[in-house]
Every structure is written in structure tokens, then in C-alpha cells.
Ligand binder design. Structure first.
Ligand code: ATP
Length: 235
């Protein structure tokens, strides 16, 4: 299997507290890989180590065959690694459209096209294009955060808890958008507390506990695993 992202033996710390231990995972081009686990398992830290926001204290991260472990977050964005952080951090005072334009800052061309694509994906954003992002509902802000990340033409999209705090209907809409992105060929690493939905859309998944990967397998296979069912699927 060719790999777009390869993480090997990764560790990360907050001061003296270890948040990741010996984490290894891989994402192939076009794959949707999910990372599930309870609160505090280290999922966010792992995404941040991949995007470069949190330095790794050991291990190696390779992207498209090159070692990127020491690169700044900005360099990684230019390579196409784009993270949508937890809690939909949109620029609240700026309009929906300006948020999208900022998302495309690494592009030389294709801004108009990118905006048109975002509006096709989320028509409600087109209706509200001139409103400040802060005036949108939580679900709409999540759509905007996702659409803004797509403006950077990601080769690897890192999604941190896109359904957090959303009502079931909006969660379904966000997951439908994620499935559509996957069908369009986007490579995605998805962190989710909503393990049921995540395993449903994922080609492959990893389960994290206290900073380690404890289980991995195809999404459908993990969804049938008794331990996963008991711990994460509420069955
Ligand atoms: P959640 O779903 O709650 O975001 P998570 O699986 O993403 O959980 P992380 O946020 O990566 O987990 O946290 C992993 C560990 O690192 C936890 O023990 C957490 O308390 C600790 N941690 C996270 N952020 C910090 C920080 N800024 N300073 C100190 N410790 C932190």
C-alpha cells in the first residue's frame, strides 16, 4: 500500500506529562482514516503533532515519502496538510466570504472557483456569504470551518471532532459532507467521539487509549469488535 502519511513511534509531551507514546499509523491516498477514543486519549495531540502545532518529542512523520517531523506548521500547510481544529475556530467578525478567502491564502489562483465549490457543498453558506461568521449557528460555523480548510486545496485533511456539540441533524449533514469529500478523492484523518458515525464512514480506524494505539482495523471490522462496542459504541 502506498502511503501519503506515515507516523512512526511518535511521542509528544505537555511539559513532563507524556500525551503520546510510540504512536504509529498510516493513511493511504484517498483513504478516510478515523481515530476514536475517549476524552483525553491523545487524539487532538496526535493531529496537532501531524500539523506541526505541537512538536513531537520522539518518532518520525513522513508525508508523501519525505520526512516532515521538523517542519513548521506553515510549511506543512504549503505541502497540503490542513487541519480543521476542534471548536470551529472561524474568524467571527469577518464575513463568511472573507473567511473563505483567507482559507485560500496559499493559493495563487482558483479562489473564485474554490468559493463556488464551497457554496455548492454548503448552500446555506452562500445565502449568508455577507454575514459575519460569528452570526452563524454552531453547525453552520462547522461547515464554514470545513469549507475554509478546503480552500487551501488540502492533500490531507485533518478533522478534529467536526460533530462536537452539534444536534443530530447537523451531525448527519457534516458526516454527509465528509463522505462526499471522500468520494471526491480527498484524503482524510478524522478524530471523532462519535465512534458509531466515524467507523461507518472510515475505510480504516485506530482506537486510542491514554496516548497509545490499542486497536486498529477496517472501520466495519472495528464496529463489530466486542471491546469497541462496549467501550465506544454504547452497546
Ligand atoms: P478530547 O477529545 O478531550 O480532545 P483527546 O483524545 O483529543 O481528548 P488530548 O486533548 O490530545 O486528548 O489530550 C491528551 C492528554 O494530554 C490528556 O491527558 C490531556 O489532559 C493532556 N493535555 C492536552 N492538552 C494539554 C495542555 N495544553 N497542557 C497540558 N496537558 C494537556
Amino acid at each position: 500500500m502506498s502511503r501519503l502519511l506515515e507516523v512512526e513511534g511518535l511521542a509528544a509531551q505537555y511539559g513532563r506529562v507524556a500525551a503520546l507514546h510510540d504512536v504509529s499509523l498510516a493513511v493511504a491516498p484517498g483513504q478516510l482514516v478515523a481515530l476514536v477514543g475517549s476524552n483525553g486519549a491523545g487524539k487532538t495531540t496526535l493531529l496537532r503533532a501531524i500539523s506541526g502545532v505541537r512538536p513531537a518529542s520522539a518518532g518520525r512523520i513522513a508525508f508523501d515519502g519525505s520526512d516532515i517531523t521538523g517542519l513548521t506548521p506553515a510549511r506543512r500547510v504549503r505541502l497540503g496538510i490542513v487541519q480543521v481544529p476542534e471548536g470551529r475556530q472561524v474568524f467571527a467578525p469577518l464575513s463568511v466570504e472573507d473567511n473563505l478567502i483567507l482559507g485560500g491564502y496559499t493559493r495563487r489562483a482558483g479562489i473564485e472557483e474554490g468559493i463556488a465549490r464551497a457554496f455548492r457543498m454548503f448552500p446555506v453558506l452562500a445565502e449568508k456569504r455577507r454575514l459575519p461568521a460569528g452570526a452563524l449557528s454552531g453547525g453552520q460555523q462547522q461547515m464554514l470551518a470545513l469549507a475554509r480548510a478546503l480552500m487551501a486545496a488540502p492533500r490531507l485533511l485533518l478533522l478534529d471532532e467536526p460533530s462536537m456539540g452539534l444536534a443530530p441533524l447537523l451531525t448527519a449533514e457534516i458526516f454527509a459532507a465528509i463522505a462526499a469529500l471522500k468520494r471526491a478523492g480527498t484524503t482524510i484523518l478524522l478524530v471523532e467521539q462519535n465512534a458509531t458515525q466515524a467507523l461507518r464512514v472510515a475505510d480504516y480506524a485506530y482506537v486510542m487509549e491514554t496516548g497509545r494505539i490499542v486497536l486498529e482495523g477496517p472501520g466495519a471490522e472495528l464496529a463489530r469488535n466486542e471491546k469497541v462496542k462496549a467501550a465506544y459504541l454504547g452497546m
